[in-house]
Design a binder for this molecule. Structure first.
Ligand SMILES: *Cc1c(COP(=O)(O)O)cnc(C)c1O
Ligand code: SF4
Length: 365
């Protein structure tokens, strides 16, 4: 399916559908950008400063999803730079203290039994709200820097049962790199599950090739968590990518970030989670947006997040409910609506339902 996209209109399907072509033709300058999205010409000079600090990168595919007639387009808002990024002097660069929580290069360990392995420091698209925004500037660093040491650390730490391969976006790497990485992780007897966190199905669905699926399926149990934020991202291409992964036996989850002006209302979120389960992707987490320098304009309050997650519960399938979490330096903290257990009355507890009614459940001590 092709959309309104001026300078890419004549690209043959054979190239358009090739993920390497998509990567080679990423939009990385404002001049290229204004050829494919409605320009913000009056701001171009100031935006140059933004891009100098936080680089720009958008795949032609993802750019093609931007609605030309809508300045507030939720796709545009996620990837087109905004001057608000440099007007934000608050926030910190590394809100999770990941630099300190790293026992060895590329490994972040908060929990005793699982680690995040930042295997690849690049992404096909730079999301303007990214909490690893500090890494954008070093984003040209090659895949796999110091990875041998990271893997040796995991091999020498038998408590680690679960390795979450993240980034950047690991699926920007080549098949052969991924195969080598998965093979060495699988050769560690105590690593029970491997998880990959990737935005590829959303921003570069062409990456999910039969060859890649064949590789991934050799290292089961392997789970993939992806990152859809808005129902407009659920395109036929994205559906096909998720379908291929599912057929390779990979359970799919989704982590969204709550973003002002993108998905911070119950209707959008309901549409998103329904679309996800229709393509067999289980909503897993809904994150509160971090206080990272340059992302203030995306932040909503935790109370707003609670209202939204409360508006899902009972109104969409149980399997379509993500857990609303705040990520802290000490791990993810679920924030639940104050429904449920209200109080005890003698031999009963009083429960509040999604309808707002109270139910007295017999529950003698
Ligand atoms: C999110 C995260 C994990 C995985 O957490 P789950 O709740 O198991 O999905 C592991 N390590 C780090 C450092 C993380 O940030
Ligand atoms: S794909 Fe993930 S890591 Fe990469 S820029 Fe987007 S949010 Fe950040």
């Amino acid at each position: 399916m092709r959309r309104r996209l001026t300078s890419f209109d004549k690209v043959p399907a054979l190239l358009w559908d090739d993920w390497r072509w998509q990567l080679r033709n990423r939009i990385t300058t404002l001049d290229e950008l204004w050829r494919v999205v409605p320009p913000d010409e009056s701001e171009t000079e100031r935006l140059r400063h933004v891009v100098a600090q936080f680089p720009l990168s958008i795949t032609p595919y993802y750019a093609s999803l931007i609605d030309f007639d809508d300045r507030q387009c939720p796709i545009r808002r996620q990837v087109v730079p905004s001057i608000e990024e440099i007007e934000d002097s608050g926030g910190v660069e590394d809100p999770l203290g990941e630099v300190e929580q790293s026992p060895v290069q590329n490994v972040i360990q908060i929990y005793p039994d699982r680690v995040a392995l930042t295997a690849v420091k690049q992404c096909p698209v730079f999301c303007r709200f990214c909490f690893r925004k500090r890494l954008f500037s070093t984003a040209r660093e090659g895949a796999g820097c110091g990875l041998e040491k990271s893997i040796e650390y995991i091999r020498g730490t038998p408590q680690i049962k679960d390795v979450l391969v993240t980034g950047g976006d690991p699926l920007i790497a080549s098949d052969s790199f991924l195969e080598r990485l998965l093979k060495s992780l699988r050769s560690i007897p105590h690593v029970e599950i491997i998880r990959i966190g990737t935005r590829a199905p959303v921003v570069l669905p062409q990456r999910i090739t039969p060859g890649l699926c064949a590789i991934l399926s050799r290292y089961h149990p392997l789970w993939v968590n992806t990152h859809f934020n808005h129902p407009k991202e659920i395109t036929p291409e994205a559906q096909e990518a998720c379908d291929k992964l599912s057929r390779a036996g990979i359970p799919l989850g989704n982590q969204s970030v709550l973003l002002k002006g993108v998905n911070d209302d119950p209707d959008t979120m309901r549409e998103l989670v329904r679309g996800l389960v229709r393509m067999r992707v289980r909503p897993y987490y809904l994150f509160q947006c971090h206080l990272v320098r340059g992302t203030r304009h995306f932040r909503t309050t935790i109370e707003q997040g609670l209202r939204i997650s409360g508006a899902l519960r009972g109104h969409v399938s149980g399997i379509a409910n993500p857990l609303f979490v705040v990520d802290t330096p000490d791990g993810k903290v679920p924030v639940l609506p104050r429904r449920g257990l209200k109080r005890r009355e003698g031999d009963f507890v009083v429960l509040e339902t999604f309808r707002g009614t109270e139910w007295r459940e017999y529950n003698p001590t």
